[in-house]
Design a protein around this ligand. Sequence first.
Ligand SMILES: [Zn+2]
Length: 353
Amino acid sequence: MMTASAVSVPGTLRDRFLFTPRSQNLSLPRSPQASRPACPPKGGQAGRPYLVPWFLLFLLSGLVLFHPNLFAAGKIKIVATTPVIASLVREVVQDTAEVYAVSSPKRDIHFYAPTPKDVLKVKKADVFVHTGLDLEAWRPPLVEAAGNGKFLGSGKTAIDMSQGISLLEIPQSLSRSQGDIHIYGNPHYWTDPENAKIMVQNIVHGLAKLYPNQEALFLNYAEEFNKRIDVKMKEWNSKMAPYKGQPIVTYHKSWPYFAKRFGLDIAGYLEPIPGIPPTAKHIAELIKLMKEKQVKVIVREAFHETRTPAKAARETGATVVTLLQNVGAAEGVEDYFSMTDYNVNQLVQALNH
Ligand SMILES: [Zn+2]
């Protein structure tokens, strides 16, 4: 096994990772956790719970105070809000830390409801890594319920993965007129493999401040990850190249970063606005648009209902394809590479139909 002392840190490598994330020209606060939106999220939409009541999380945390074997002894304890973030953290820390993912890969991250185990994991964690923005609307109450001083308020050991990401779809003003989610810009940035490299930078940057004696090791593992991404990007670009400019429709606004990276044109969405279920009127208009633009592919995720995509496909001749937003969302998809392989291969197959 590699040790910190066995790894040299070339200056350029160090500079590449331990950067100070550049500031964004945002008129909105970057971290809803540090600075809450002026208008709190509304209640459930169409029967979906939007926020877990705080009192419930406090109650749950009290019920699991004596939960055994939460983390292995002697390792850094890291909690990540999503499986894909946990996967990227594991790339950087390898076996030097124990990493726990809060949300389920089978569920819509926006609407996940933390469990008592999640609360206690955050309570006991050394480091908390999250998507930032408003992807995890349940994150602030989860952190509050866990009461871990390292992450509360201006907590120093929380890592915001959105730092340094060039965000898409940033609204002109802080408003919920376009829905209750994506109010700081589109938070699904991890679907672009080049953004995964920035996320890994953020992990290294955050961990190096806390564990400077392991900095060289983290840098080395991160560099290995970047090299693998660069190799795979050639393959993914080559597979997607024949479909540049092809119009697609997606269920939720989950794919703008992926589409931009690989040159796809997103013509419309099944959801009228993010987080709001499709309506008959909206779908009728979308079907008309799909026919005009000759859209051949509808992208959904496994947790979306199938009836609406099937109807739109039936009326337009398009193919419905299920893509993955998370590691673990399909069998054999165990890391960032297999997730992106899966998405590229499924999409190519559908576009070629
Ligand atoms: Zn979303």
